[in-house]
Design a binder for this molecule. Structure first.
Ligand SMILES: C[S@@+](CC[C@H](N)C(=O)[O-])C[C@H]1O[C@@H](n2cnc3c(N)ncnc32)[C@H](O)[C@@H]1O
Length: 232
């Protein structure tokens, strides 16, 4: 799966692409990420990419020309793959990303262009022109789409086949509508608190039953709304 990210802040991606699971997935060629600097596509003599909004108001709006130039370049880069390409704009008004959307995207066999807004956002005509879908990472407003695009890529790439060890996804929070059971590691005793004995019993069936009960208890405690949805 290929991702091309369109941004004014390329440097925000260096650490992301060179750390932990993302770094390994890119090295193993399970996914690829290319960053395009929107500023390179401006025709303004001062290299400006944003201007005040028509009609007045706060802040600056990213203008059409550089955005269109960057999108066209990304589409051209992906054309040789002959795969469907989806253009997504990370936006607070988009559909809020969740686990089932992440699974759907990971299974989609498409390539993705991720458009990161900044300032007060982007000129509306770009969304219409390219029929862009909008994705939000939550009901709050970020300074830019860069972190949102990283959240998006992180939760999708870890679901791609061969990225994580077999089995490590099946019991994770949200996968089956429940939160994960509590986890423990060494030392056995920390400040008088011991690891539950059942986890040292070696009885895999009993451990699985215990973890399932704990999953339900934790979900009831932290996110009872998930259990209500599961019952429907
Ligand atoms: C300061 S925000 C612009 C907010 C816009 N004026 C509004 O009220 O909807 C700048 C950029 O951050 C990104 N962004 C902000 N909040 C986001 C969210 N919850 N999810 C995804 N992207 C977000 C978008 O790309 C947006 O263009």
């Amino acid at each position: 799966m290929k991702f091309i990210v369109l941004t004014l802040f390329e440097n925000m991606f260096y650490e992301f692409m060179n750390t932990s699971m993302i770094k390994r997935a890119l090295e193993k060629e399970k996914a690829s990420i290319k960053i395009l600097d929107i500023r390179k596509f401006t025709k303004d003599k001062h290299h400006r990419t944003d201007f005040p909004p028509y009609g007045g108001g706060n802040g600056m709006i990213m203008s059409c020309e550089p955005l269109a130039g960057a999108i066209d370049e990304a589409l051209e880069m992906l054309a040789k793959d002959q795969k469907e390409v989806k253009i997504l704009y990370l936006s607070p008004r988009g559909k809020v990303l969740n686990d089932s959307m992440a699974h759907e995207i990971a299974n989609s066999d498409k390539n993705y262009i991720l458009l990161c807004g900044h300032y007060e956002g982007i000129d509306e005509r770009i969304i219409e022109e390219y029929q862009i879908e909008e994705i939000s990472i939550g009901n709050y407003v970020l300074t830019g789409g860069e972190l949102a695009s990283q959240v998006f890529m992180d939760c999708v790439i870890r679901l791609l086949p061969g990225v994580l060890a077999d089995g490590s996804l099946t019991e994770e929070s949200h996968t089956n509508g429940l939160l994960e059971y509590p986890q423990y590691t060494k030392p056995y005793e920390f400040r008088g608190k011991k690891v539950p004995d059942i986890l040292l019993s070696g009885n895999h069936q009993k451990i699985a039953e215990y973890r399932q009960q704990e999953s339900i208890r934790i979900t009831k405690k932290y996110r009872p709304d998930l259990l209500e949805k599961k019952d429907k």
